[in-house]
Design a protein around this ligand. Structure first.
Ligand code: NAD
Length: 392
């Protein structure tokens, strides 16, 4: 039996690979990645804010620590031939599909970046769906998309499906129409539609996990030794807002809140993200398309900044909050009402780490690596506002 993880060199994929190897010691755990994230981040003049080892060194360290059932292979999953070979070679019981170009600001950089992001992301998902259909229809596909698919509507957001009344007085369920607000997020909306199509045509077993903003520098496994660190980005393009605030705090900079900061966003800790994805391995292979909203807490950006400010104070760091012009087109006062009942019931009955705890860990980790973080200070800004910059 094998478990396959795509995007296994990534922020979530690497800790998931380790978790699966530990949780399923009698199965082969195969990770694949083409290392693209490492290239994209250097293209925007940044790096992981916590130092990370090469793919080879990571695997060596993992094997030395007893994770002997895992491998990490270099593959580009936009190649259909590579995906079909993987499916033939390993016949995985579950595919955890995390590979994507996941940055909205990166996808907004130019027409080329938008096209690259959409082609990369939708090609991989479509390749996997066809490979499962043609070679391995009993494989369970677990895929992380994003809560960003929903946009910021004036409606309570359900878990994937919109229930509407039919003219015959009955109820019917429709897939929520993607109302994403970036080229990246829309690529995942397109993926979600293709999942629906593949399920409609072939009745594959698919679990779509709509992931919220993930916070935290580590999980139980990556914390075992520094070579197992997962990447943690805080730059303008790839860093999530919580990590950007944590880096600004450690560097004594004001926390820059884009716009009014009243928009509520969904968050989850990295530990809980990995725990709940691993739990999906136990869902039945019954030809269902399940959709979960993988989030724990909705917080306004202002409240998030205040959380970072309070936590920083406990570490002896005083930080100011500063509102700046919003570089994103978004609804700055949007209140989030998003269901996550099925997610809590089936994938995360008990949280292992709150968002606030994950935020404190990020602050502590960045403070310990302050020298390294300081070398990346310029990358907190967009390329055109840096004092010395390389244009992509
Ligand atoms: N981190 C978050 O806050 C967050 C939020 C919402 C959704 N997600 C979703 O979770 C998943 C993982 O996100 P992440 O933050 O770990 O991103 P990440 O960039 O760290 O990891 C994705 C990995 O996929 C790899 N990859 C991309 N294209 C590939 C290709 N063609 N072939 C092989 N490998 C390829 C990249 O090299 C990278 O290592 C993505 O699907 C993303 O959309 C993440």
């Amino acid at each position: 039996m094998a478990l396959l993880v795509t995007g296994a060199d990534g922020y979530i994929g690497w800790p998931l690979l380790l978790r699966l190897a530990r949780q399923f010691p009698h199965e082969d755990v195969i990770g694949v990645d083409h290392g693209g994230r490492r290239t994209w981040i250097s293209e925007v003049g940044s790096d992981s804010f916590l130092p990370i080892a090469s793919m080879e060194a990571r695997i060596e360290a993992a094997h030395a620590l007893g994770f002997s059932n895992l491998q990490l292979l270099h593959r580009d999953l936009t190649s259909r031939a590579e995906v079909y070979d993987l499916m033939r070679d390993f016949a995985p019981r579950v595919v955890f599909h995390l590979a994507a170009q996941p940055s909205a600001p990166y996808s907004q950089l130019s027409a080329d970046h938008a096209a690259y992001t959409q082609q990369n992301n939708t090609d991989i998902t479509r390749n996997l769906l066809w490979a499962i259909h043609e070679l391995q229809p009993q494989t369970h596909l677990v895929i992380t998309t994003t809560t960003g698919i929903y946009g910021a509507p004036d409606l309570p957001i359900p878990e994937g499906w919109l229930e509407v009344d039919t003219p015959a007085g009955k109820k019917t369920k429709l897939p929520w129409p993607p109302m994403a607000t970036s080229w990246y997020h829309m690529s995942r909306g397109q993926d979600a539609l293709n999942l629906w199509l593949a399920h409609f045509q072939w009745r594959l077993s698919i679990t779509e996990v709509r992931t919220a903003i993930v916070v935290g520098p580590q999980t139980t496994e990556t914390a075992m030794e520094p070579t197992l660190n997962t990447r943690c980005d805080a730059d303008f393009y790839f860093g999530v807002v919580a990590h950007r605030f944590a880096a600004q705090a450690v560097l004594g900079e004001p926390l820059t809140i884009f716009g009014a900061g009243k928009q509520e966003k969904p968050f989850i800790s990295l530990e809980d993200t990995v725990t709940s994805l691993a739990a999906a391995a136990a869902l039945p292979v019954d030809g269902q398309l399940r959709i979960f909203n993988q989030y724990e807490e909705a917080v306004t950006i202002n409240a998030l900044a205040e959380k970072v400010q309070d936590t920083a104070k406990k570490l002896g760091i005083d930080v100011r909050l500063q509102h700046t012009a919003n570089p994103r087109v978004e609804r700055e006062e949007h209140r989030l009402a998003m269901s996550n009942g099925a997610f809590v019931q089936h994938l995360l009955p008990q949280s292992q780490q709150s968002v606030t705890e994950a935020l404190s860990e990020a602050l502590r980790a960045f403070a310990q690596q302050r020298k390294h973080v300081a070398t990346l200070q310029q990358s907190l800004l967009p390329l055109n506002e840096r004092s010395s910059t390389t244009t992509p």
